[in-house]
Ligand binder design. Structure first.
Ligand code: NDP
Ligand code: MG
Length: 380
């Protein structure tokens, strides 16, 4: 029986994880859940899954929920609450599926409590990769990728040695604006950016997919997860999202992982690793698919991807600036305060203003996050 803590249980990854809990009810027990604003759903989840603890980030929402529930579930709030859910003694695995770099500190807490980590929250590795890697070694815990591409790479590496990797082929759907030019992108709307062709996800990552920042963040995530240089990662646009990524080995053999796009597969692979469990997911029918296509990403039009390469090549605190600026810019785009193309413009300006330094502690990252927020306000 897995005792599971889900950080971000009200989100897209969180709710799909709970669907898996329903399916494998004899194998998974939910001990902790967390949310931010969606207390209606948290209330339902508390009633259904009876977790030992539930943390609500938003304090006002926490107060409302507190007055509504009468169960034995401990209710906590704020970042401290999230950390408590992440380090809850009875949890074996912590699935980190909050959106944004707010996931970093609870993940650190989970590692220090020797939990197995199923990592969906890519912003954690983009900003805190160096610290997380050190802690993973120090506390000797498993870090299992949930992001579909990284799960694919991890699956391709089974039975192989990381030292035999020649390169990683990281696939990208291309998002809703694949093939569009700069002029087209000038006036795209929030609704258009939120129409992802293949995946149904939270709003922030969906916008990131439309700017290709998501692939940039994933490229950085892959560097940390697989100890590989960004120079050895090829990004390939594959609009069908069937090949979830591939690894080329020294002998030029390429192993890819395929399947219909459904996040439940990488989630369950991380939870049950190394077991492969039967499920009710649809099988891949290659006769129905017929064709798989592959294209070079357009890094001039989709500047965010270029900026991500720039950030990782500079290293140190620069990826944190990239990520923090992106989080603010995407929130402002979703709020209709800035235009689609401004997202990259603001990130670029902040990266130009930043003097990067080596990341030695969590404090360094939090300092740079604050710096980015302050500078962003000054820019706007
Ligand atoms: P969603 O927006 O659907 O869900 C985010 C979750 O985090 C919700 O539970 C939300 O709470 C909570 N949350 C949001 N902001 C905060 C905050 N400031 N403090 C605490 N909790 C917060 O996102 P997704 O599920 O799509 O994505 C989650 C993570 O997984 C992201 O890092 C994303 O990049 C990654 N990922 C997602 C994939 C997907 O298919 N969705 C695929 C691969 C990776 P509430 O709803 O209560 O406000
Ligand atoms: Mg992904």
């Amino acid at each position: 029986m897995i005792n599971l803590s889900i950080l971000g249980s009200t989100g897209s990854i969180g709710t799909q994880t709970l669907e898996l809990v329903d399916y494998y009810k004899d194998n998974i027990n939910v001990v902790a859940i967390t949310g931010n604003n969606n207390i209606d759903l948290l209330e339902k989840q508390i009633i259904k899954y009876k977790p030992k603890i539930c943390a609500v980030m938003n304090k006002e929402k926490y107060e409302i929920l507190k007055n509504r529930i009468s169960s034995k579930t401990k209710l906590r709030y704020g970042l401290e609450g999230l950390k408590e859910a992440a380090s809850y003694p009875e949890a074996d695995i912590v699935l980190t599926a909050v959106s944004g770099m707010i996931g970093l500190e609870p993940t650190i807490e989970a590692i220090k409590s020797k939990k197995k980590i199923a990592l969906a929250n890519k912003e954690t590795l983009v900003t805190g990769g160096s610290i997380i890697k050190k802690l993973i070694d120090e506390y000797n815990v498993d870090l299992l990728p949930v992001d579909s591409e990284h799960s694919a790479i991890f699956q391709c590496l089974q039975g192989n040695r990381p030292k035999d990797i020649k390169k990683i082929i990281l696939t990208a759907s291309g998002g809703p604006f694949f093939g569009k030019d700069y002029d087209f992108l000038k006036n795209v709307t929030v609704d258009e950016a939120l129409k992802h062709p293949n995946w149904s996800m939270g709003k922030k990552i969906t916008v990131d997919s439309s700017t290709l920042m998501n692939k940039g963040l994933e490229m950085i995530e892959a560097c940390w997860l697989f100890d590989i240089s960004y120079k050895d990662i090829d990004i390939v646009v594959h609009p069908e999202s069937i090949v979830h990524s591939a690894v080329e080995f020294k002998d030029s053999s390429v192993i890819a992982q395929m399947g219909l796009p459904d996040m439940k597969l990488p989630i369950q692979y991380a939870l049950f690793y190394p077991d492969r469990k039967e499920n009710n997911l649809e099988s891949l029918n290659l006769f129905k698919i017929k064709q798989l296509n592959f294209h070079k990403p357009d890094m001039n039009t989709f500047k965010c991807l270029n900026l991500a390469y720039k950030a990782i090549s500079i290293g140190g605190t620069m990826p944190t600036v990239l990520n923090a600026a992106n989080e603010i810019a995407v929130a402002k785009f979703l709020n209709k305060e800035i235009k689609f193309l401004n997202i990259a413009d603001y990130i670029e300006k902040l990266m130009e203003q930043h003097s990067p330094f080596e990341v030695n502690s969590l404090e360094d990252i939090l300092y740079v996050k604050k710096w980015t927020e302050k500078k962003f306000t000054e820019l706007i």
